[in-house]
Design a protein around this ligand. Structure first.
Ligand code: SF4
Length: 359
């Protein structure tokens, strides 16, 4: 609160990205309300409790910009004609006595930027990220100007997905600027050796791949649009191009068997030499996921909602076949040592921007 209040804000905008943020987010919003400071809330982890205590909840960055500037922005093109101001992260420009004001959580400036809204694919049955929002691309010229204005040399693209053509455009812009970047992609065949080389030349240092599973049956059930054979080739070519591979793994998808769980482990094991980090999680039914609207193909027989004090109701379920959530959790625990045995420390699961701060 002190850090917020000393800036004498007219309004405070909070972004709730993970549900764990609801607890301190709620406390901050309540205190700010007591002090009659307007609060604006946004982000994928906004819930009823947070909404109740915030002055205003908005859906996206464009609405936030409209609220702040009072200027109507063209939602169709999302041309804001503004350069983003990241000067608060600028460590070098601070005089020595103000060094403690550099409060960002990475040792160097890593800009969190997005080049698109929502996901162009929108098919994965477990995904709650796009929430059916229309896919839109932001101006790459604005992205370039924001980076130049900030002086940053590292960018974490937080886009849910970026397609090949756009990746190459980004590489063409950022390569000459000597900017290092990281993004999240699906391991798709179109990302061939030549493309990955061009992306690396254009500054791409690491990719967090949405691999999810080492079983083709599970990938099909997830409607991930990928397959293991292609993924293996992409990872190999990516590493050969000099790009660090990080893998998102989703264990315990409904109907996943113990053998399929182990298939995933074996797949990861085979990629050990060319993988820098494994980011694994256990599947959970979430509001807004397509799977929740059509349970039958996933063998889900019963869904229960349990009210919680701060978070949205917890959704639990029963499955006809395959591992239960508890069994998947226990199995992951058993292999924790292996899953954490990759070169990047497991803490990077939570502080992914640091991937750009290591050699
Ligand atoms: S998981 Fe990724 S690729 Fe799949 S729909 Fe969600 S954002 Fe798109």
């Amino acid at each position: 609160m002190e850090e917020i209040l000393c800036r004498k804000p007219d309004m405070v905008a909070l972004s709730a990205v993970y549900s764990s943020q609801a607890f301190y987010g709620y406390a901050l919003l309540k205190e700010l309300k007591k002090k009659n400071i307007k609060t604006i809330l946004g982000g994928p982890a906004v819930n009823k409790k947070l909404r109740e205590v915030a002055s205003l909840t908005l859906n996206n960055e464009v609405e936030l910009l409209e609220e702040i500037t009072g200027v109507k922005i063209d939602h169709a093109t999302l041309w804001t004609k503004e350069v983003l101001d990241f000067s608060i992260l600028e460590k070098k420009s601070l005089p020595p006595e103000k060094k403690q004001e550099y409060l960002y959580f990475t040792p160097e400036m890593v800009l969190p930027l997005r080049t698109s809204i929502s996901c162009y694919y929108q098919q994965c049955t477990f995904c709650t990220h796009h929430a059916g929002k229309q896919y839109r691309e932001l101006s790459l010229q604005e992205m370039k100007e924001s980076i130049l204005a900030s002086g940053a040399k590292k960018v974490f693209f937080i886009d849910d997905m970026i397609h090949k053509k756009r990746l190459l455009e980004i590489a063409k812009i950022l390569g000459p600027l000597q900017v290092s970047w990281i993004c999240q992609l699906r391991p798709m065949k179109d990302l061939d050796a030549e493309t990955l080389m061009a992306l690396h030349d254009g500054g791409l240092k690491a990719v967090i791949w949405g691999l999810e599973s080492g079983s083709d049956r599970i990938l099909q059930l997830m409607k991930k649009g990928t397959n293991i054979a292609d993924a293996q080739i992409v990872l190999k070519n990516s590493a050969a191009a000099g790009i660090k591979n990080c893998l998102y793994i989703l264990f315990g998808f409904p109907t996943e068997t113990r053998e399929e769980f182990k298939e995933t482990l074996n797949f990861i094991r085979k990629q050990k030499e060319i993988t820098s980090l494994v980011l694994s999680t256990i599947f959970g039914l979430q509001h807004g996921a397509p799977i929740l609207a059509d349970l039958e193909p996933y063998g889900i027989t019963q869904v229960d909602f349990k009210e919680r004090t701060m978070l949205e109701p917890k959704i639990s379920y029963q499955v006809k076949s395959g591992l239960t959530q508890d069994e998947a959790t226990a199995l992951r625990k058993r292999y924790k040592k292996f899953l954490n045995s990759f070169p990047y420390p497991s803490a990077m699961n939570f502080f992914r921007e640091h991937i750009l701060c290591v050699e």
